[in-house]
Design a protein around this ligand. Structure first.
Ligand code: FE2
Length: 274
């Protein structure tokens, strides 16, 4: 790395020797920043992984399931999210059972390794996995949103070769980013293939992940994200993904104070399903 002290000292001396006038009271001095290490603190954990599934088989089955969804509305025709019959019809597929097992196990590993959340009281059935298929064929997009009533969200990328829509994630700490006055600079980083950051290291406004078939991502559900419209026409455009929300039954203690009472008599008016 270049030594800024020497460089600046030379520049100042050269300027002086060339006879450029110096402002009154100006003295030749050294640029002397203290030595130090920049610490990028308070990160947001994402998980990027690969599932052991045959994407060709999953793609074929996904196309079949998605063909049941009513066509005509560009906002809903590409997904099983709004069609409960089509959505749950994938649950009986062998590939989906393998998907569910691998995703639930990955969730348990993630929350216990990263957040140290207790998991030994859980079985796979204590993990809520709400999943829906999506197939973009050109005119489809998804505006910026996040997922409520969920802990970790994610997407599994099934068929993306003939597509060009990355998923874009926004920094949840935008207020602090603005205060840093950092510039937004598109940049790639070693160790993060197929990801384009926008910002400076440790101070990014957003990043875009360009999907790779067979990979999946986990992110905290509160993170805002979007799939922006496709910018160029690709023949036989196809982007098949499986998105999901995850949460689990937490363990509680200090729960046996006072007298117990079931709350069943209260009217159920909240949909906990998604
Ligand atoms: Fe989403």
């Amino acid at each position: 790395m270049k030594d800024p002290v020497i460089e600046i000292e030379r520049d100042v001396k050269e300027s002086f020797q060339e006879g450029k006038p110096l402002p009154e009271g100006f003295e030749i001095t050294k640029y002397q920043p203290a030595e130090g290490m920049v610490m990028q603190m308070f990160s947001t954990p994402f998980l990027r992984g690969k599932l052991e599934l045959d994407v060709e088989e999953v793609a074929m089955s996904s196309r079949h399931i998605l063909s049941q969804v009513e066509q005509g509305d560009v906002n809903t025709e590409y997904t099983t999210y709004f069609d409960e019959d089509a959505r749950v019809s994938m649950h009986g597929q062998e590939w989906f059972q393998q998907f569910s097992d691998q995703i639930k196990d990955s969730y348990v590993a993630f929350i216990s390794n990263v957040f140290q959340i207790p998991v030994s009281h859980l079985s796979r059935d204590d993990i809520h996995l709400f999943a829906w298929l999506n197939r973009y064929t050109g005119p489809h997009q998804h505006a910026t949103h996040n997922h409520v009533n969920s802990h970790i969200s994610g997407t599994y990328y099934i068929k993306t070769e003939k597509s060009n829509q990355p998923i874009k994630f926004l920094n949840p700490n935008m207020g602090a980013i603005a205060n840093h006055l950092a510039v937004d600079r598109p940049m790639e980083r070693e160790g993060y293939p197929h990801i384009l950051f926008s910002g400076v290291n440790g101070c990014d406004s957003s990043f875009e992940y360009f999907p790779q078939e067979g990979e999946f991502l986990f992110w905290p559900s509160y993170i805002q994200h979007a799939v922006e419209p496709s910018q160029e026409r690709i023949e036989d455009y196809e982007r098949i993904t499986l998105s999901f929300n995850l949460k689990h039954r937490p363990i509680i203690d200090n729960n046996q104070t006072g007298r117990d009472m079931p709350y069943e008599f209260l009217e159920e008016n909240i949909d906990h399903g998604r």
